[in-house]
Design a protein around this ligand. Sequence first.
Ligand code: FES
Length: 157
Amino acid sequence: MLTRESLEKIDREIAKYPAGRKQSAVMAALAIAQKEKTYLSNETMEFVAGLLGMPPIAVREIATFYAMYRTESSGRHCLMLCTNLPCRLSGALKAADFLKERLGIGFGETTPDGRITLKEGECLGACGDAPVALLDEDRMCARLSPETIDKLLREIE
Ligand code: FES
């Protein structure tokens, strides 16, 4: 089950498509559900499938195909650091070490307070601003340095 606010957001997404095509809103619906629940559990994916009149397996296929969806337990926030070549050449590994030291966790781990999950990711399409990280699938954090990382971590609640 999702909150009324999330359901209203999903309804607005469904309304963008012709009648009878509400399945087209599946990606937006999954993003909204993930925002509320922090990750997409089987139960949440089945709920979304029911809302959109889709087979649960079809929703699961989408959720597990795209990197922007989390299907495993996660912290309240997910910070994905790109370590592909352009970012690596611009200091991504130093940024990774700094983040790991500041958070006290490694890639694929969550801080003990459940605040942040740190992930290693592929190219985020922002190589010109390398090194970069993506916060919660919708905020690009560019030109990471010890200063910008500290500022970012102070902003994340
Ligand atoms: S290699 Fe990091 S954004 Fe492209």
